[in-house]
Design a protein around this ligand. Structure first.
Ligand code: DX5
Ligand code: ZN
Length: 214
């Protein structure tokens, strides 16, 4: 079974509380929250204080996607937000294993994120330490980009590499209902959606996205 994870970065910031209420009323289990520092990626969004405030106002599981340079400097603060799932970009630090250890020691789920140009084989030695692999299906930082089709092959290969371990595959970027169906078919478990959920009629979009992965 696959799950849709709304990306709060795509929501209307001036109506954040209502957007969170809407997602809860729609029985959203996991909220995807982007943390961007303006250095690792050009955008800036949602620091630990804002994430902690959103977390207090919500009963959803928080999946924090760290897009940060030197994440080892910020991991303690991110853990303090209360997020249940935290992921780190493989490319963002030489200390990826250390960060995963910290996340696990705090009793949270640890994920490792791969940019479109990073082969899945790079994380072979991390497979026994992680709970999920986040495959970027766009280049991180900007919403509204087109899904990179080559990602379908990468999802399939990642699924093979996991070889029965209990590791989930998450995808993020450029997902609409049609793409959601395709990524689910090749093995995605957690499907992040920003623009295609919040633009237009969120209620109808949510329904269409869920239908697509049934
Ligand atoms: C982009 C973020 C995504 C973003 C996805 O760097 O990681 O989570 O919100 O937005 P869409 O679904 O519109 O591509
Ligand atoms: Zn994200």
């Amino acid at each position: 079974m696959a799950t849709i994870l709304p990306s709060i970065f795509g929501a209307d910031i001036l109506r954040l509380q209502e957007e969170i209420k809407f997602l809860e009323a729609e029985n959203t289990e996991i909220l995807h929250v982007d943390l961007m520092d303006g250095t690792y990626v050009s955008n800036i969004a949602f620091g630990p204080n804002q994430i902690a405030a959103m977390k207090k106002a919500s009963s959803m599981i928080f999946d924090v996607h760290m897009m940060l340079a030197n994440p080892e400097r910020h991991i303690d603060e991110v853990i303090k937000t209360g997020a249940e799932m935290i992921s780190v970009h493989y490319e963002s630090t030489p200390h990826v294993h250390y960060i995963i250890q910290k996340i696990k020691q705090a009793g949270r789920k640890a994920g490792v994120v791969l940019n479109p140009g990073t082969p899945e084989g790079m994380i072979e030695y991390l497979l026994d330490d992680i709970d999920y692999i986040l495959i970027m299906t766009i280049n991180p930082g900007q919403p509204g980009q087109k899904f990179i089709e080559k990602s379908l092959e990468k999802i399939k290969n990642t699924k093979k590499m996991i070889a029965g371990r209990s590791i989930q595959i998450e995808v993020d970027g450029g997902v609409n209902a049609e793409v959601a169906r395709k990524v689910k078919e090749v093995g995605a478990d957690l499907i992040v959606v920003g623009g295609a959920l919040f633009n237009g009629s969120p209620q109808e979009n949510y329904q269409a996205l869920r239908m697509a992965i049934q």
